[in-house]
Design a protein around this ligand. Sequence first.
Ligand code: NAG
Ligand code: NAG
Length: 184
Amino acid sequence: MPSFLTSIVVSFYLALMIPATVLASGTFSKHFAKTELTPTARKMTRLHFYFHDIVSGKNPTAIKIIAPKGSFGMTAMIDDPLTIDTKPGSTVVGRAQGLYALASQHDSALLMVMNFAFTYGKYNGSALSVMGRNPVLDAVREMPVIGGSGVFRFARGYALVNTVRYNPKTGDAVVQYNVTVVHG
Ligand SMILES: *[C@@H]1O[C@H](CO)[C@@H](O)[C@H](O)[C@H]1NC(C)=O
Ligand SMILES: *[C@@H]1O[C@H](CO)[C@@H](O)[C@H](O)[C@H]1NC(C)=O
């Protein structure tokens, strides 16, 4: 650990000592003490949609890729539709692509690692990245939005989510997502 820290400090000093002209031509990195790329006046967007996690039937959108003996460690890869309304057939605004895993030995807390790949309106082609803890039995869960692309460059924010429908027989669930992000 100390040598790791030392190497960070040393590389930092080296980066400072290299003249700007060396960094200017097709180099690996360029340091901006004061950057114009990061907008000072950030935009804020609120998104509201429903996440359909379909584990049953012929066309599941969530597939278990790790199935340990107990439930701890269970991992599913998802490509879940995100819709405007709670109905599965309502307008799709994007897809939640990534995975969730049961990361707690004490309760039903999932680790969520996913991208929301939007396909709707001006958000088509833009994405948000979420990584957080999701204790699925809690009425309301909060997960951090840690980044984004397209219109969501520089995004950070949070998602407040609650389960709208859960079928204990099939395991299918519909979850409401309220996402607030600031971005470039
Ligand atoms: C989203 O963008 C893709 C690629 O540019 C395009 O093919 C598709 O028709 C667009 N979808 C919508 C709903 O605008
Ligand atoms: C999400 O937003 C909807 C509509 O604005 C609201 O009814 C609901 O209570 C919100 N849910 C959470 C968990 O914030």
